[in-house]
Write a protein that binds this ligand. Structure first.
Ligand SMILES: [Zn+2]
Length: 455
């Protein structure tokens, strides 16, 4: 990330987007906030879990606090390792080094270098990822016979000692069984909560929000009674559920309007989501320029002018969110202004094509400079409360031909969405219609069922 420059003086001629008038709070920002956070989360720790056991013992389950908590570790292909060996299994924790792990397993740095210098793949072991496992196998002479680096439930690397004193590398990759599952849900308060209630994991909820994120503002458009239905993949290994895979088809009903999307793999194998008639779900503008999970839905910005006690027109959308929440560019474009004024606080303006501008006010930090090209979804700064603002929130404005518009009502006026080429439509329908049929079928079935269809 670039260092953030905060000019000390106001930038003249910029529109004041906030009409409430409260004593202003100037917050001068340290651009290093994020890097400080990152540094804080990677403080070294010397904790390492160690289990000594024979091969017949079942592998211990991962602790719930680990990042990959949902993944349990099914039986590994134990027949590859000679059963007379003593085994030490370590789980990599944040702050571990390969050296400390080798020591913990009863080996020296010399042993470690012997392995690491044995080849290109072994060198990569120096880069450790918390949650992964290392299984050291020791022979009767106390020498390292093999090291298994278990990347996840499906992939393991094995380094086996050779007669010549080196190590031989092999990679074992298992294919999970894929099953299709259907879940439905109705929203009482938020999509996130409804998703969890319906048994979806966080990744699936985010994917669902991502698929419809160009059409629905999941913080502000959501009403009680909105509903969804998704057809998605679940991965299993030896009967154990590893986690969810891709969403294959989905339906979202928002304020009485039903949107549908289906996953299509194009000729290059690239997955994209389309409407059942072949129009891309991806559009020129995201409806909400920040993660809906971070937005508090009950934000009620005070519109009364504190002196005149009148309601002034409010030309933007306010999203209350914690200070520091990343703010995304709503669409591809060019930063035409990134600065500070008394009213706006830290603000960014993006020009999209020739006729659309988006504005982001009261930012805590800015991550972009004027003149920079920007992609949709790229972080331009963080939510704050600079300028005329009483609490951390993002004030977002959408202007078409210089006129403030409600992004919800002008979708059809925006650049045309990409559609499947007519020459590819037949392929598209052949692939996607069965998925839509599968999704639709569930209307008549009991909800929240896992179908037994194997792909
Ligand atoms: Zn506002």
């Amino acid at each position: 990330m670039e260092p953030i420059e905060i000019p000390k003086r106001s930038v003249p001629g910029q529109p004041a987007g906030v009409l409430t008038f409260f004593p202003k709070v100037h917050i001068f920002l340290a651009g290093g906030l994020l890097s400080a956070l990152i540094a804080a989360t990677s403080l070294p720790s010397t904790q390492t879990e160690s289990h000594r056991h024979t091969l017949s013992v079942e592998l211990p389950k991962l602790e719930a606090s680990l990042p990959s908590a949902e993944i349990s570790w099914p039986e590994f292909e134990l027949d590859l390792i000679t059963p007379s060996l003593r085994e030490t299994e370590l789980t990599v924790k944040s702050g571990d080094t390969l050296s400390t792990l080798f020591q913990r397993a009863g080996f020296t740095d010399k042993d470690m270098y012997g392995l690491v210098n044995s080849g290109r793949e072994a060198k990569k072991l120096a880069k450790l990822f918390p949650g992964r496992k290392l299984i050291f196998s020791v022979n009767d002479e106390g020498k390292l016979q093999s090291l298994v680096h278990r990347i996840d439930a499906l992939r393991s690397e094995i380094f086996t000692a050779t007669e010549a004193g080196g190590y031989e590398y092999s990679m074992i990759e298992k294919k999970p069984d894929i099953k299709q599952a259907v879940r439905t849900g109705a929203i009482k308060s938020s999509l996130y909560k409804a998703g969890l209630d319906a048994g979806l994991d966080e990744d699936l909820i985010m994917s669902l929000a991502g698929i419809f994120g160009w059409d629905v503002d999941f913080a502000l458009d959501i009403r009680k009674g909105d509903s969804f239905r998704i057809l998605y993949e679940e991965k299993f290994l030896d009967g154990q559920r590893l986690g969810s895979g891709a969403i294959l088809a989905a339906e979202f009903t928002n304020q009485g309007t039903t949107l549908q999307a289906v996953r299509y793999l194009d000729r290059n194998g690239e997955p994209q989501y389309y409407s059942p008639t072949g129009k891309a779900m991806r559009k020129a503008f995201l409806r909400a320029p920040l993660d809906f999970r971070r937005i508090s839905s009950n934000f009620n910005p005070r519109r009364l002018h504190p002196i005149t006690k009148t309601v002034r027109p409010h030309r933007g959308i306010d999203y209350a969110a914690d200070r520091g929440t990343p703010v995304w560019a709503a669409g591809d474009g060019k930063i035409i202004s990134s600065g500070y004024t008394e009213a706006n606080g830290n603000y960014v303006v993006i020009q999209h094509g020739s006729d659309v501008q988006t504005k982001y006010l009261h930012l805590h930090t800015r991550a972009v400079k004027a003149g920079a090209r920007i992609r949709q979804g790229q972080v331009i700064g963080t939510v704050g409360s600079t300028g005329y603002s009483t609490a951390p929130h993002l004030h977002y404005e959408f202007l078409l031909d210089g006129v403030h518009r409600d992004p919800r009502t002008i979708l059809q006026k925006l650049p045309k969405v990409v559609s499947i080429e007519s020459s590819e439509l037949q392929r598209f329908y052949a692939q996607t219609q069965p998925l839509m049929a599968q999704l639709e079928q569930t209307t008549t079935l009991a909800s929240n069922s896992t179908s037994s269809t194997k792909l």
